[in-house]
Design a protein around this ligand. Structure first.
Ligand code: BGC
Length: 968
């Protein structure tokens, strides 16, 4: 049903990649045939052959392929040349690094001649292995610089020919803009640099330029806007050409989520500006070496009398094909009734290169069912909750209007459920597209300037029952490569993993969002804090999150508060800033990038902002308990006490942590991470100062909240001063958070772990945690030797559990454990999304514990790591992988009789501690691989909690553990 167009370095999860017993042996044998270590997958600033970079010293990375064991790189040489030919002749005329003795394969900064605006360069590398043997040169790769200086831009900002009306801004049609130009000579290369305050689609000679959608994406437009660079060489022709653009309001001038909650004084659109504008500069290099530019300027014409009548991110798009102007984006069009475009002399906004993968269609879905719940109303079911839109293919009479309304779930009568879209008058997210037919043969249409969160589409207006082919679901999102795979003997766990992956995809639209359907879709900081490590396992998030950290810095309040969401269009100095476990994302997220990708540049760029956040908390809370200024204070959001499960026999008031305990725990962790960052960056004084602060907060935490017997609780002041203080504590969440953030002295850890298990038992062996404690609970159960309980929770099928969601049709992770309950129905429609990733962070536990992949923060970017699969929960096999920045790490285990087989793969130039579950050392053997001897390069380090720990270098190892019984 699903056509996969994910161009990833690996297969996406649902294809069941990993396959140690199958595919990876194929990889192994093809690698064995190669004589030497080879550099492959060359990337520049995390991207493959990027265009339009504005980093003057871009960083280069590669992955190594090698046969044999314990292979390491001992040296590398990089050549960078100004032409493909020069590079082919090994002439690094821009940079020849020479042979550098180093095992580094990532983030090697270009250090050659200064690069100029628009320059394209070509590069390759070769490496030396542990025996000193030289590899062949890699395949060539390239990058292109963007327009580096403000003066490089001669293009002007152009917009609609009329001016915005006074007063509240109504929804108005997007603009069409166009210009003819001539290409006199053969073209060697042409690049279009494009941006907009608004959303644009660039068109050249009748075709869309590039595949990217919703460009230039969302940033803090008051500060910066992204520029996309497109290679348009093949789209130009000698002679007459035409360039056109569609220009819509988008996030800049259109509606944005939660404006109503913020009581924006009745304002519903135009939060950054009232009128969208476009800026485009096409640089043409002719074959004879001469150059020319085509720019947006006074010569462009504009109209709003085109087919797109309305376009809104939240509400959808209205398209009247009868108003199409055929040929408008091709040469020689008579632009009758068009006027000169408006020129805006300047905007106080910085132009920056887009530094991450664009939003694009990754999958096409066919309808799995079409029903007719009411006469003439057809409901298409795509079988999967996605973010995107539909392609409509229709043959209808001229003027026939077809309405598509999108929803995540159905009502009991089979009609779509829209209450959770919060539509009230002009507010909410209508998620509704409308198409009016031209009335010719088959017509095809896809909306351009909106996206919806949906599994179901209701179609109205058709004269007869449609074929399922009427609609194709298009899933689109920011699309970094997928980097993990998971499969096991449990259909439930496989589905759970798949649901978490879809939820991540559905919430990447140039920023990490909370949800893709209702009128929010904001970059809520707490959500990505909770899900960040999972995201870094599942996709290559480095470039995307580095971009978002810039958004976060742009909207940091003057006093150091990080915003509750970024971008923050509603004045972060005034409101929606400075909340525990939300603002802390400004410290946690760069740390995730450090651990997974070893990105020191991000740490360096972000350090000061992170430090200011901690200073702000500290200055408001000199006694080191975060009592003051917790602002919107969301606490451990959506924990068990927020469920509406009366009659299910759960104790009430036993799930909610004290918000002060949440705050103090995060304050301490942020101080600790700032101290670690300072150490990495060589700021030794800061490292000591924040390290001491972290230690002092930990002591204060224990004094204030932790009793002798390990109980954690706090008497919180009442919200209403006339009420009594409220005792919160002794919840699953308290112990999960305190253990996971290492807040307790060693002797209290077992006490707390026991109390944590007791709290689970008291909750009928179900989970009662919220956003910030769910995966922490799972990880701490494992650490405490209670994997039996962790597996029990993940295998639960009664509410609240992931299994309950899945058994009731979930294809993505629900915002609330009780989004829908049998016999009760939906939760409060004011906040009930079926596509929120936070509690899906359990996928992190699945990859760490079931597959066993664990990064080591002291050896970032998986230079060293631990592989420790921990079978349990009735599983008989599991396999998975993670494509680290240094190559694929994989683990595949299965029971055969009473023998456990574990096959692991360690990438070249890395090493790992591999822990094989075993009764003792003598039970573990290694089946030799081609070209190696058993246990070659494998060093036993001792037994650790029921597993034999071995140190290994790169290679594939097939261990067996005889007489093993998987714990129940
Ligand atoms: C969002 C959350 C967010 C929260 C703040 C909600 O409306 O959807 O995911 O983190 O507000 O508590």
């Amino acid at each position: 049903m699903i056509r996969d167009m994910t161009s990833s370095r690996i297969n996406p999860v649902e294809k069941g990649a990993g396959l140690m017993f199958g595919a990876s042996l194929v990889v192994l044998s093809s690698v064995t045939a190669m004589a030497q270590m080879t550099p492959v997958q060359l990337r520049c600033e995390y991207l493959v052959n990027p265009l339009g970079l504005d980093v003057r010293q871009p960083r280069l990375s590669w992955v190594l392929q090698a046969s044999g064991r314990a292979q390491v790189q001992t040296a590398y040489r990089i050549l960078v040349a100004d032409s493909r030919d020069a590079l082919a002749k090994d002439d690094g005329n821009l940079w020849d690094s020479g042979k550098v003795d180093s095992d580094e394969t990532i983030h090697i900064a270009y250090d050659g001649k200064p690069l100029t605006s628009g320059q394209t360069v070509f590069w390759k590398t070769r490496v030396w292995d542990k025996a000193g043997a030289e590899s062949p040169w890699s395949e060539p790769a390239s990058w292109q610089m963007g327009l580096l200086e403000p003066d490089d831009w001669t293009a002007k900002w152009i917009g609609k020919s009329d001016t915005p009306p006074n007063g509240p801004l109504p929804s108005l049609p997007p603009a069409m803009l166009r210009k003819d130009f001539n290409v006199a000579k053969p073209v060697a290369r042409a690049t279009a640099f494009v941006t907009a305050l608004g959303l644009y689609e660039l068109r050249l000679n009748g075709q869309k330029v590039g595949q990217a959608l919703l460009t230039p994406e969302w940033t803090d437009y008051a500060t910066r806007v992204q520029v996309q660079a497109y290679d348009v060489t093949p789209m130009l022709k000698e002679g007459d050409n035409a360039v056109g653009a569609l220009l819509a309001d988008g996030w800049y001038a259109g509606r944005i989520g939660i404006s109503v909650i913020l009581g924006a004084g009745g304002q519903v659109r135009g939060f950054y500006g009232r009128w969208p504008h476009l800026r485009m500069q096409m640089q043409i290099e002719y074959a004879d070496g001469s150059r020319e530019t085509v720019i947006t300027d006074e010569s462009w014409q504009s109209t709003t009398d085109g087919p797109i009548r309305k376009a809104c991110i939240l509400d959808g798009e209205v398209y009247d094909a009868q108003k199409e102007q055929p040929g408008w984006d091709g040469p020689g069009f008579k632009a009758e009734g068009w006027k000169s475009a408006h020129i805006e002399p300047s905007f106080p906004v910085k132009l920056v290169a887009q530094r991450h993968d664009p939003i694009r269609v990754t999958q096409e879905l066919k309808a799995v069912a079409v029903t007719e719940p009411a006469k003439g109303i057809y409901v298409f079911d795509f079988g999967q909750n996605i973010a995107g839109a539909c392609r409509l293919k229709i043959q209808g009479k001229a003027g026939l209007k077809v309405r598509l309304r999108h929803a995540e779930v159905l009502q009991p009568d089979g009609n779509i459920y829209r209450d959770n879209l919060r539509i009230h008058g002009e507010l909410g997210a209508r998620q509704e597209d409308e198409y009016t037919c031209r009335g010719e043969a088959e017509e095809t249409w896809v909306p351009r300037f909106t996206y919806h969160g949906f599994r179901y589409v209701e179609v109205a207006g058709l004269p007869a029952k449609p074929a399922p082919e009427l609609l194709t679901g298009l899933a689109f999102h920011s699309a970094p490569p997928m980097t993990s795979g998971f499969e096991s003997s449990s259909a439930l766990l496989n589905k759970l993993m798949l649901n978490t992956v879809w939820t991540l995809r559905d919430n990447l639209h140039s920023i990490p969002t909370d949800c893709p359907q209702r009128d929010e879709r904001m970059g809520w900081t707490g959500d990505i804090l909770a899900f960040g490590q999972t995201a870094c396992f599942q996709m290559d998030m480095a470039a995307f999150l580095a971009k978002w950290l810039q958004d976060l810095r742009d909207d940091q309040a003057r006093d150091g508060r990080f915003p509750d969401f970024a971008p923050h269009p509603f004045d972060p100095d005034k409101r929606f800033s400075g909340v525990p476990a939300w603002g802390d994302a400004g410290v946690f997220v760069p740390w995730y990038l450090w651990v997974s990708y070893g990105d020191k540049r991000v740490l360096d760029e972000h350090y000061d902002a992170a430090r200011r956040w901690v200073d702000w908390i500290h200055s408001n809370n000199p006694d080191l308990l975060w009592k003051n200024n917790r602002n919107n204070d969301y606490g451990d959001w959506l924990n068990g006490d927020t469920l509406k499960l009366t009659g299910f026999g759960f104790p009430e008031g036993k799930a909610q942590m004290s918000p002060e305990v949440v705050g103090t725990a995060f304050f301490r962790q942020s101080a600790l991470l700032v101290s670690k960052m300072a150490g990495i960056l060589g700021r030794t004084e800061d490292a000591a100062r924040y390290g001491k602060l972290a230690a002092d907060i930990k002591s204060a935490f224990n004094r204030a909240y932790v009793k002798e017997d390990g109980t954690i609780e706090n008497l919180d002041p009442p919200k209403d001063p006339n009420q009594k203080p409220v005792l919160h504590g002794n919840t699953q969440s308290d112990y999960a958070l305190a253990l996971d953030l290492d807040l307790l002295p060693p002797e209290k850890r077992p006490l707390a772990a026991n109390l944590m298990v007791k709290a689970i038992e008291n909750y009928k062996w179900h989970i009662s945690t919220g956003f910030h404690t769910t995966v922490r609970l799972m990880k701490e159960l494992t650490k405490a030797g209670r994997n039996d309980v962790a597996y029990r929770l993940i295998n639960n099928r009664t509410i609240p559990s992931w299994g309950y969601e899945i058994d009731h049709g979930a294809t993505t992770i629900w915002e609330r454990w009780d989004g829908w309950v049998e016999g009760r129905g939906f939760q409060d429609p004011g906040m009930n999304s079926f596509n929120h990733y936070a509690i899906g962070a359990v996928a992190e536990w699945m990859l760490r514990v079931i597959i066993g992949i664990n990064p080591d923060e002291d050896s970032p970017a998986y230079k060293r790591f631990t592989l420790r699969p921990m079978p349990g929960g009735g599983l008989t096999w599991a396999r998975g992988h993670y494509d680290s920045i240094r190559g694929r790490i994989a683990c595949d285990w299965r029971m055969e009789g009473d023998t456990l087989h574990v096959v692991v793969t360690i990438p070249p130039n890395t090493s790992a501690t591999v822990c094989i579950p075993a009764r003792d050392r003598t039970a573990v053997q290694e089946i030799p691989q081609a070209g190696t001897q058993s246990m070659q390069g494998v060093t036993f380090k001792g037994m650790q909690d029921g597993a034999a720990a071995f140190e290994v270098g790169s290679g594939t190892y097939h261990f067996t553990s005889a007489g093993y019984k998987i714990p129940g």
